[in-house]
Design a protein around this ligand. Structure first.
Ligand code: ADP
Length: 377
C-alpha cells in the first residue's frame, strides 16, 4: 500500500487476521501505519524510482491516498505491475474536473459546474446560477481545504487572484442547498463482483466529516437509489477495491459530489458495524478474492471522529476515563494532536441511533478534553 496514514494502519490491522503481509511505502517513519507495520519502505510517492522499486516487491500495489503521479502508475502498468485501482481510476479521482466531466458524460447526476480560467468565466457562471457559488481547487483538496463558498464578486476576485498566484486550477459549481450528505461505499473485484455497504449519513462541518450515522435517515427509496448509483459508478469507471461515493441530497434528489477510490472515512463504521470491514474488503478486492458480507450487525451504528481540540490533550491519556462506557469502540491513529486534525474515531452499536450517537459523541469529546475543563464548563 502506497501511503501510511490511518487508512493504511486500519488496512494493515485487517490484513493481520487474514495473514496478509501488507507492505507500506511511507513518507516518514512516524506516519500512523509505519509506526505499527513490520515491512515499511521509506520513499516519496512522487518519485518514480521509489514507486517502481516498491511495486517490484509486491504482488499487487494499492493506495491509502490518491496523491500519486498517475503517469508514473501508467508506466508501472506498462511494465507489467499490478496496480489496483488502475492508473486511469487514480487519475480520475485525483482531479475534480475529470470526475465531474466523466460522471456527467456517463449520465450520473452532478451539480452544475464549470472549469474556469479567469474571473470573467467565474462571474458569468455565477450570473447564470446565482450567488453564493462554490470555488474548488481541481487538484489536491481534502477535508474542505480547497473548497470556498463565494458570497459575491469581491470574494470571487480575491479567490481568482490567490489561485493564480499559487498555481491552483479552479472549478466553479452551483451552491447546492444540501438537505443531507450521504456516502455509499462499494467494494469491487476486477471481474465485476461488487458489494455495497449500508448507506451512511455523513455530518460535515467546515468541509470536515464529523459524524457517521447508519442507517442514513432517508426513505428506503432514496437509499435504494443511492446504492444503485454507487454500484453503477463503480462498474462504469471499472474501479477495483473500495469506492466511496459522496452524495448530496437536495430537493429530495441525489447529486454526486466526490469519489474516493480507497478505504474512506465514511466507511469507518464498518469495522465493528458490519460483517466485513471496508478495509478487509479492500484487501480482498485488490487481491481478487471473494468479497465478504456487508450486513449490518446492529439496528444502528454511529461513528464520531476524534478531532484535535485547542487544548494540548493527548487522547491516549484520556483512555482510562472514557473506556468506562464498556460499549464504545475506540480507534486512535497514532498521530500527534493538532487542532482540527483527525486523531481517531469512536464507534457505538446500539438499538437506536440517538443513543449510539450520544455515547459516541461523549467518548470522542472526552478524548480531546481534559476532565478538569469538562467539570469547569
Ligand atoms: P474535499 O475534497 O475537500 O472533501 P468536497 O468537494 O467534498 O471537498 O467538499 C467539502 C464539503 O463542502 C462538502 O462535504 C459540502 O459540505 C460542502 N460543499 C461542497 N460542494 C458544495 C456545493 N456545490 N454546494 C454546497 N456545499 C458544498
Amino acid at each position: 500500500m502506497v501511503g501510511a496514514g490511518q487508512l493504511a494502519r486500519m488496512t494493515y490491522q485487517a490484513g493481520i487476521s487474514l495473514g496478509i503481509s501488507l507492505k507500506l511505502l511511507a513518507e516518514r517513519p512516524d506516519d500512523g501505519a509505519a509506526l505499527v507495520a513490520s515491512d515499511v519502505e521509506l520513499g516519496s510517492p512522487d518519485s518514480y524510482d521509489a514507486l517502481s522499486s516498491f511495486a517490484s516487491s509486491c504482488d499487487v500495489t494499492t493506495f491509502d491516498h490518491e496523491l500519486v503521479n498517475a503517469e508514473h502508475l501508467r508506466s508501472l502498468e506498462r511494465d507489467g505491475h499490478c496496480i489496483r485501482p488502475s492508473a486511469d481510476v487514480v487519475a480520475l479521482v485525483q482531479n475534480k474536473r475529470s470526475m465531474r466531466e466523466r460522471l456527467d458524460r456517463l449520465g450520473f447526476p452532478v451539480p452544475p459546474y464549470r472549469a474556469v480560467s479567469g474571473l470573467a468565466e467565474l462571474l458569468a457562471f455565477a450570473e447564470r446560477h446565482g450567488w453564493p457559488t462554490v470555488g474548488k481547487s481541481i487538484r489536491g483538496g481534502y477535508d474542505g481545504r480547497g473548497v470556498w463558498v463565494l458570497e459575491g464578486p469581491d470574494a470571487a476576485e480575491s479567490l481568482v487572484q490567490t489561485a493564480s498566484g499559487a498555481g491552483i486550477d479552479l472549478l466553479v459549481e452551483a451552491f447546492v442547498p444540501i438537505e443531507r450528505e450521504l456516502a455509499i461505499v462499494v467494494a469491487r473485484r476486477p471481474g465485476g463482483q461488487a458489494v455495497a455497504y449500508p448507506l451512511v449519513e455523513t455530518v460535515q462541518r467546515n468541509g470536515i466529516c464529523h459524524e457517521l450515522l447508519v442507517p442514513a435517515r432517508v426513505s428506503p427509496v432514496l437509499a435504494e437509489q443511492a446504492r444503485d448509483l454507487g454500484l453503477a459508478i463503480a462498474e462504469a469507471i471499472g474501479v477495483v477495491g473500495i469506492l466511496a461515493v459522496e452524495l448530496f441530497v437536495a430537493k429530495g434528489r441525489l447529486l454526486v459530489n466526490e469519489l474516493a477510490a480507497r478505504p474512506h472515512n465514511s466507511g469507518h463504521f464498518s469495522i465493528e458495524g458490519c460483517q466485513t470491514s471496508q478495509f478487509e474488503n479492500h484487501l480482498r478486492a485488490v487481491l481478487d478474492w471473494p468479497l465478504g458480507s456487508t450486513d449490518l450487525l446492529a439496528q444502528a451504528v454511529a461513528t464520531v471522529n476524534v478531532l484535535g481540540g485547542t487544548e494540548s490533550v493527548e487522547p491516549l491519556d484520556q483512555l482510562p476515563e472514557v473506556l468506562s462506557d464498556p460499549g464504545v469502540r475506540i480507534h486512535l491513529y497514532g498521530k500527534q494532536a493538532r487542532p482540527g486534525r483527525k486523531l481517531g474515531h469512536v464507534t457505538v452499536l446500539a438499538a437506536d441511533l440517538e443513543s449510539a450517537l450520544s455515547r459516541a459523541r461523549r467518548t470522542a469529546a472526552g478524548l480531546v478534553r481534559s476532565s478538569a475543563v469538562e467539570v469547569a464548563s
